[in-house]
Design a protein around this ligand. Structure first.
Ligand SMILES: [Zn+2]
Length: 515
C-alpha cells in the first residue's frame, strides 16, 4: 500500500498533504462495510485512501481512532434558501445541517424557490455559504410567474412560456424540476403540463422531483398520486423522485405495500424511480394547506378569508375542514400547532384550543386562520409504513428541513442513532449510503458522495457513541451532537465539534466542468 500512496502522490505532484486523517473506520458511501484506514486531503480533493506511509507529511494530522468517517451527507430536499441569502455569515453557514454531517443541500423544493436560478447561485458563491448548494427549477414559481395562483385553463402560449423558463433554469445549472402538486398553484396543473416541462428537463439530464399531489386521501389518493409520478417518468423519459415519501392519514395506512409494488413494477419497465424520506412520524405544513379544502384556498389567502366570511359557504367549508381532519389524523388531538410567536397556540393540539374557545375543531381552524396561518404537526404516519419505505434500496434520507420541525436539526443523526445503531432497522453502512453515495448517483452530483481518490473532500467524522439528534416536537430547534470533524471542499468546517467560521460551500451546477 505504501508504494501506491507514494505513486499517487508523486503522480499528482504533491509533496505534502494538507490534512492526514489516521485510523478512521471508513464507510465509503457505497454501502460496503467499514475498513480502518487513512485519508489524505490536498486542497479541495481526496488525494488518497489507504494506509499512509510513515514518511507521508501533512500540515495537519487528525487521529480518528475509534471514530467513523463517511462522505459528507447530501440532503436532497430542504428549505434553506432564505438562510443562505442572509446577511449574517453565521446563518449562511447553516450550522443545523453541518452538525448532522450534511455538506450539500438541495433547494427550490416542493415547486417553490427563487427564479432566476443562475442569479441566486452566483450570489451564494460570491457571499460565501457553509455548504454546497444545488437548486431545482421550481415549477410553482414558474407557473405563478406565467399564470398566477388561480385555477384557470392554460393556453398553448402559456405552456410555451413555462417551457422557456424551465429551459433557462436548466441552462443556468438546475439539477431538475421540482413540483409541489399538493400546493397552490401546482395543484391546478394537469399531468400533461408537468410531462411537457419534464421533457425539457430530461433533455438536459435533469431529474423530476415532487411533493406529490396526494400523500394520503385528500384528493386523488396516495396510490393514484404515485401512479401519476411514475406516468410522468414513463412519458417524459425522465428519472422521477418522490420527496418525503409517506402514507399520511388513517384511511391510507398500510398502502406502503402497494406503493412499493408500483415502484418495483416501474423499475422493471426501466423507469428510474426513487424517493427520499425523513425519519419522523409527524409531518409539518401550514394549517391552511393541511386542513382547508383546495377550492376554499383557490386564489390565495385573501380569497380564502373572503370565503370564510360568506355565510352561504360556511357549512360546506366547515364540512370540508372536518373531512380533512378525519382523513389526515382521524382526530384533532393529533394535530399540534407550532407557532413560536404565539404562546397561546404554540404546542397546543387543535382539540385543546377548540375546547378552550368552546368551539368545534372545525370552527377553531377558521378562527385561527382569520388572523394567521401557523404551522401544524400532523401525527399521521405509522412506523410500519415508514420502515417499509426505509428498507427499500431506492429510498434515501432527506430532511425536508427548514425551521420548526426537529427534522431540520436531526434527520441524518437520527437515522444513524435511532434506526441504524439502536433499532438496527438498517445497517450503518446502508444508512450512510442512503445519505451520500445513493443520493449523489440519483441526482447526478459529480465527484461527491463517496470517499474516493480524486473526489471532493466533503468528509464527515463522527463518534458512534455520541452521535444523536436532540430536537423533539416540543423543542425542535436543538442541534445534533456527535460531530467531531467536518470538511467541506477540503476546508475544516467543524473542528472537535466546534464550528470554525469557514464558509467553504459552493454553488453546484448540473453538468459543470470540474476544475
Ligand atoms: Zn414537501
Amino acid at each position: 500500500m505504501a508504494s501506491s500512496v507514494t505513486f499517487v502522490m508523486a503522480q499528482r505532484g504533491a509533496d505534502k498533504l494538507d490534512i492526514l486523517i489516521k485510523n478512521a473506520w471508513i464507510f465509503d458511501g457505497t454501502g460496503k462495510d467499514s475498513v480502518q484506514q487513512d485519508v489524505g486531503i490536498k486542497k479541495d480533493r481526496i488525494l488518497f485512501v489507504g494506509k499512509a506511509d510513515k514518511n507521508v507529511k501533512a500540515k495537519k494530522v487528525i487521529d480518528a481512532t475509534g471514530l467513523y468517517l463517511s462522505p459528507g451527507f447530501i440532503d436532497p430536499h430542504t428549505h434553506h434558501t432564505r438562510r443562505l441569502s442572509s446577511e449574517k455569515a453565521e446563518e449562511r453557514a447553516v450550522l443545523r445541517c453541518l452538525l448532522q454531517g450534511v455538506t450539500t443541500i438541495f433547494m427550490g423544493s416542493d415547486g417553490a424557490g427563487p427564479l432566476p436560478i443562475g442569479e441566486t447561485l452566483d450570489e451564494w458563491q460570491k457571499e460565501g455559504i457553509g455548504l454546497n448548494a444545488a437548486l431545482f427549477v421550481p415549477h410553482g414559481s414558474v407557473r405563478a410567474k406565467v399564470i398566477g395562483y388561480r385555477n384557470i385553463g392554460v393556453s398553448d402560449e402559456q405552456i410555451e412560456e413555462m417551457k422557456k423558463l424551465t429551459e433557462q433554469g436548466m441552462k443556468e445549472g438546475a439539477f431538475g424540476l421540482s413540483t409541489g402538486l399538493f400546493y397552490t398553484p401546482g395543484f391546478f396543473s394537469s399531468t400533461d403540463e408537468v410531462i411537457e416541462l419534464s421533457k425539457i428537463v430530461a433533455s438536459y439530464g435533469g431529474i423530476y422531483d415532487t411533493h406529490q399531489r396526494d400523500e394520503g386521501s385528500q384528493s386523488i389518493g396516495v396510490v393514484n398520486s404515485v401512479k401519476e409520478v411514475l406516468e410522468i417518468g414513463e412519458k417524459a423519459h425522465i428519472p422521477v423522485h418522490i420527496s418525503h415519501i409517506k402514507v399520511s392519514g388513517m384511511p391510507s395506512w398500510g398502502k406502503s405495500v402497494e406503493i412499493v409494488r408500483l415502484f418495483e413494477e416501474a423499475q422493471r419497465k426501466g423507469i428510474k424511480a426513487s424517493a427520499n424520506q425523513y425519519p419522523y412520524l409527524a409531518s409539518r405544513t401550514s394549517l391552511s394547506a393541511a386542513l382547508v379544502p383546495t377550492w376554499v384556498r383557490d386564489g390565495g389567502a385573501k380569497a380564502m378569508r373572503q370565503r370564510f366570511a360568506d355565510p352561504s359557504l360556511r357549512d360546506s367549508i366547515l364540512h370540508g375542514i372536518g373531512e380533512m381532519i378525519r382523513v389526515r389524523t382521524g382526530t384533532a388531538d393529533k394535530l399540534v400547532l407550532s407557532i413560536k410567536s404565539d404562546r397561546y397556540l404554540d404546542n397546543q393540539s387543535l382539540e385543546e384550543i377548540a375546547k378552550r374557545w368552546n368551539l368545534t375543531p372545525e370552527q377553531a381552524v377558521i378562527e385561527i386562520l382569520e388572523k394567521k396561518n401557523p404551522s401544524v404537526h400532523s401525527f399521521s404516519m405509522t412506523e410500519d409504513d415508514a420502515m417499509r419505505f426505509m428498507k427499500q434500496p431506492w429510498v434515501m434520507t432527506g430532511s425536508d428541513g427548514g425551521g420548526g420541525h426537529p427534522r431540520a436539526f436531526g434527520t441524518f443523526a437520527r437515522v444513524l442513532r435511532h434506526y441504524a445503531l439502536d433499532k438496527k432497522y438498517i445497517s450503518m453502512a446502508e444508512a450512510i449510503h442512503k445519505s451520500s453515495g445513493l443520493t449523489a448517483e440519483t441526482f447526478h452530483i459529480k465527484d461527491r458522495g463517496f470517499i474516493k481518490e480524486g473526489y471532493y473532500a466533503d468528509i464527515f467524522i463522527f463518534n458512534p457513541k455520541t452521535i444523536k439528534d436532540n430536537g423533539t416536537f416540543e423543542d425542535a430547534e436543538q442541534l445534533a451532537s456527535g460531530a467531531e470533524y467536518l470538511f467541506v471542499n477540503g476546508k475544516l468546517t467543524i473542528d472537535k465539534g466546534e464550528y470554525t467560521k469557514a464558509l467553504a460551500g459552493r454553488a453546484l451546477r448540473l453538468n459543470e466542468e470540474s476544475k
